[in-house]
Design a protein around this ligand. Structure first.
Ligand SMILES: C[S@@+](CC[C@H](N)C(=O)[O-])C[C@H]1O[C@@H](n2cnc3c(N)ncnc32)[C@H](O)[C@@H]1O
Length: 246
């Protein structure tokens, strides 16, 4: 699961017993060698799907981590890209990789932007928010966008109950719930709260017009993080396109 350059089991355990912010600070130098970093295939498929939906001028990567989404925005937003994250360690890694971007350390539940961006993306982070916290995140992105702006993020189809991924996600979420019941500070990361109907409802309530397009992601591992293969070697995933009315 982890490359030799990734974290050791001991390091992962220490990180998992920390807060989300401090856990990512600790993981940051090795994060790109973990499966938690969004795979290139997903980034490329997203960039391809967004090409032609613009023009975009300025882009925002919400919970940018080491900058996976900034790589997508780089080719789409010629007037500037911004990454926001609350982990100073993750931001330092992103800055080292893409010094030309702007970085803001902030909590995504209270984003400090108003009407600045045409395109916002977020990858791999929505599971860090409890369902009751998600509306604040989406309201903040809505506020950060200009009228006519777009929020885009990939979402995997639920894996079938017969798949390894189904049981892996269930096991992970149950483990996190037990951990959070007995240990402080909490580390919120629940895969199974990130369903398309829940996202659609929260985005609509925040003022977005929501549609989805299939996101062909070739080459993902069987039962990989974007879940499953559809029999043609293509992962079942969608790109959520949430538009702020113009
Ligand atoms: C799994 S990493 C994903 C990083 C990157 N987007 C990617 O796809 O590789 C999740 C990121 O979300 C950030 N994050 C989690 N909760 C956050 C919050 N409340 N405010 C800001 N950033 C947050 C973490 O610091 C971490 O960098």
């Amino acid at each position: 699961m982890f490359s030799p350059r990734g974290p050791s089991l001991r390091e992962l355990t220490v990180q998992a017993l920390s807060s989300v912010e401090h856990g990512y600070d600790l993981l940051a130098p090795k994060f790109d060698h973990t499966p938690f970093r969004t795979p290139e295939s997903v980034l490329e498929a997203t960039a391809a799907a967004l090409t032609g939906l613009g023009p975009f001028h300025r882009g925002l990567d919400v919970c940018c981590g080491t900058g996976a989404g900034l790589r997508v925005l780089d080719g789409l937003c010629p007037e500037g890209i911004t990454g926001v994250d609350f982990s100073a360690g993750m931001l330092a890694q992103a800055r080292a990789a893409r010094p030309h971007a702007t970085y803001v350390r902030a909590d995504a539940r209270s984003l400090p932007f108003t009407g600045e961006f045409d395109l916002a993306v977020t990858f791999g982070a929505l599971g860090h928010f409890l369902p009751e916290e998600r509306p604040a995140v989406f309201r903040g992105v809505h506020r950060a966008l200009r009228p006519g702006g777009l929020l885009a993020f990939p979402i995997g189809s639920p894996p079938p109950i017969t798949s390894v991924a189904y049981w892996a996600y269930l096991g992970f979420d149950l483990t996190m719930r037990v951990r959070n019941a007995v240990w402080r500070p909490p580390f919120v990361m629940y895969y199974r709260t990130m369903t398309l109907p829940a996202m659609r409802a929260d985005l609509t309530a925040a003022g977005f017009d929501v549609r989805t397009v299939p996101l062909p992601v070739p080459g993902l591992a069987r039962d990989g993080s974007i879940t499953g293969l559809d029999g043609t070697g293509t992962a079942r995933a969608h790109l959520v396109l949430a538009g702020k009315p113009g």
